[in-house]
Design a protein around this ligand. Structure first.
Ligand code: NAI
Ligand code: 15L
Length: 275
């Protein structure tokens, strides 16, 4: 949690989807400072399950269009974390990440919601090699059904900006955990404090249209060029660098014949459940 709020921003009602998940649980207490009412939603039970002061809890499945329409009522902005977050068979990805995105944006359009922060993923770009640098204009190269669904989600965001003026920041999150777990995450790591800084920057920048930004901390090694997202004003303050020696000692040898070592998506490039 940041010592002081990153901005004076305060929405009357902000919706957080995926509130029961790893990042949702982390952002739940952090986002309360940026709104009068934080509406929390997920299909899974929240932890803790009861609403604190200034919170509303609205369980909802992303693929349920009617329920999503109700969920967006009275909401000015959304932090959309909900959905399948790993490589899975197509059916659950189709429901949560494909149908769910269209349901979210249709509801936003009809309920007058103006801005969405979409938790996209580095796996939109997973088949780029680790010796390549990508930016917001590089063509997507998804590494599986999951990455494909996030690429679709970004297209949904673009279409709703072009046709309906709903603003989105698609954040291609790297790896957001308490600390980097392996050599790859030295390049993809996003601390929780920087996650908060990035989400708040995405919510508070005056003009975003549909912007794409890579969500990482200020890591010395990186495959991402965020120069096209400078208007968001995101300044990471953490870095994977202090963890480098420990992580390298834990994983001293890399198999350069392994597609997971060569590609930005890591193990996701070879994890592809079918069906
Ligand atoms: P998570 O899997 O812990 O949380 C996702 C939440 O979405 C879960 O609580 C789940 O119950 C909910 N959900 C799944 N299907 C649903 C459905 N059909 N209807 C309603 N809710 C549903 O994932 P995590 O780590 O918290 O990530 C949050 C978001 O950020 C996800 O969209 C993920 O794809 C994205 N992301 C996360 C990264 C990370 O490093 N944690 C990296 C890149 C992207
Ligand atoms: C993601 O998109 C996943 O949601 C998360 O579980 C991590 O695996 C992350 O990417 C990553 O690439 O490390």
């Amino acid at each position: 949690m940041l010592d002081t709020p990153a901005t004076a921003l305060r929405f009357p009602r902000l919706l957080l989807t995926g509130a029961a998940g790893g990042l949702g649980r982390e952002l739940r207490p952090r986002l309360q400072r940026y709104c009068e009412i934080l509406r929390l939603s997920d299909v899974a039970p929240l932890v803790p399950p009861q609403a604190a002061s200034g919170e509303e809890i609205r369980p909802c499945a992303l693929e349920d269009a009617d329920a999503m329409m109700q969920l967006l009522e009275g909401v000015q902005a959304v932090v959309h974390l909900g959905g399948v977050s790993t490589e899975q068979p197509w059916a659950p990805i189709l429901a949560a990440n494909v149908m769910g995105m269209v349901n979210l944006y249709e509801a936003a359009r009809k309920q007058g919601t103006r801005r969405i922060v979409f938790a996209s993923s580095n796996h939109v770009m997973g088949f780029y090699r680790q010796d390549e640098v990508v930016d917001a204009l590089s063509p997507p190269r998804p590494d599986g059904f999951y990455g494909l669904s996030k690429a679709f989600g970004e297209d949904v965001a673009q279409m709703y900006w072009d046709r309906w003026g709903i603003e989105t920041v698609s954040v291609r999150i790297g790896s957001s955990y308490p600390e980097p777990k392996d050599r790859r995450m030295l390049s993809t790591w996003l601390s929780y404090d920087d996650l908060e800084r990035l989400v708040v920057a995405a919510l508070s920048a005056p003009v975003v249209g549909h912007s794409i930004i890579y969500g990482t901390s200020d890591n010395s090694s990186s495959w991402y060029d965020n120069r096209l997202a400078r208007h968001l004003g995101y300044r990471p303050r953490d870095s994977s660098d202090p963890y480098r020696a420990t992580v390298e000692a834990r994983q001293p040898h890399l198999d350069l014949q392994d597609p997971a070592t060569l590609h930005q998506g890591g193990a996701f490039v070879k994890t592809a459940p079918q069906g």
